[in-house]
Design a protein around this ligand. Structure first.
Ligand SMILES: NC(=O)c1ccc[n+]([C@@H]2O[C@H](COP(=O)([O-])OP(=O)(O)OC[C@H]3O[C@@H](n4cnc5c(N)ncnc54)[C@H](O)[C@@H]3O)[C@@H](O)[C@H]2O)c1
Length: 160
C-alpha cells in the first residue's frame, strides 16, 4: 500500500514508519514539519530506500498538503502530527489549536478532495486513521480503566 504518515519523525511516528516500510514492505510518504519534537535521525535507515520519502511541510499548509495527496496518491492516511506535550499546552495553547485542530481539518480536507477523485473500489478501501490520546478521557482512578464508552473529560488544552 501507499500510506501517508504525518508526524513520522516523532516518537511514535518514526517507529510506525520503520515498521510499515521495513517489516511490512509498504510505500510511505512521511509528512513532518520537523519541529523541536522531531528526530529525523530515527529514519536514517530509510535514506535511499525507494519505498520512503520525507516531505518537510506543515499540516496547516493547505496547498502543500493537497499537492502531496495529488502526487503520492495514498491509499491510507495515518495522522500522528500533533503538538503532544501537556505542559506546553498550558503555557502556549494557541500552537495546539493551530496544529491539532486546524492542521487536522486541513488533512481531512485534503483527504476528502483526494477521496472524491477515486474509483468506487479505491473509495471503499481508503482509510483515514487519526491518532488521538487517552488523555481525552481525563484522569484515571487507581485500578480503573477507560472503555470506548467512557465520557470525554479533558484536563488540559492538549487533551481538549
Ligand atoms: N507519546 C505518547 O505517550 C502518546 C500517547 C497517546 C497519544 N499520543 C499521540 O500520538 C501522536 C504521536 O505522538 P508522539 O509522541 O510521536 O509525538 P511527538 O511530539 O514525538 O511527534 C510529533 C511529530 O509531529 C510533527 N509535527 C508537529 N507539528 C506539526 C505540524 N504543524 N505539521 C507537520 N508536522 C508536525 C513534529 O515535528 C514531530 O515529528 C500524537 O497525536 C500524540 O498526541 C502520544
Amino acid at each position: 500500500m501507499r500510506i501517508l504518515v504525518t508526524g513520522g519523525c516523532g516518537f511514535i511516528g518514526s517507529a510506525l514508519v520503520l515498521h510499515l516500510v521495513h517489516d511490512l514492505g509498504h510505500e510511505v510518504a512521511t509528512l513532518d514539519a520537523l519541529t523541536y519534537a522531531a528526530n529525523p535521525v530515527s529514519l536514517s535507515s530509510l535514506e535511499g530506500d525507494p519505498r520512503h520519502r520525507l516531505v518537510q511541510a506543515d499540516i496547516c499548509d493547505a496547498p502543500a498538503v493537497h499537492a502531496l495527496f495529488a502526487d503520492f496518491q495514498p491509499q491510507a492516511v495515518m495522522h500522528l502530527a500533533a503538538e503532544s506535550h501537556v505542559d506546553r499546552s498550558i503555557t502556549d495553547p494557541g500552537a495546539f489549536v493551530r496544529t491539532n485542530v486546524i492542521g487536522t481539518q486541513v488533512m481531512l480536507d485534503g483527504a476528502r478532495t483526494h477521496y472524491e477523485g477515486l474509483g468506487s473500489a479505491d473509495k471503499a478501501a481508503f482509510r483515514f486513521l487519526h491518532v488521538s490520546t487517552d488523555e481525552v478521557y481525563g484522569s484515571l482512578p487507581p485500578e480503573a480503566f477507560f472503555t470506548e464508552a467512557s465520557r470525554y473529560d479533558p484536563r488540559s488544552p492538549y487533551s481538549a
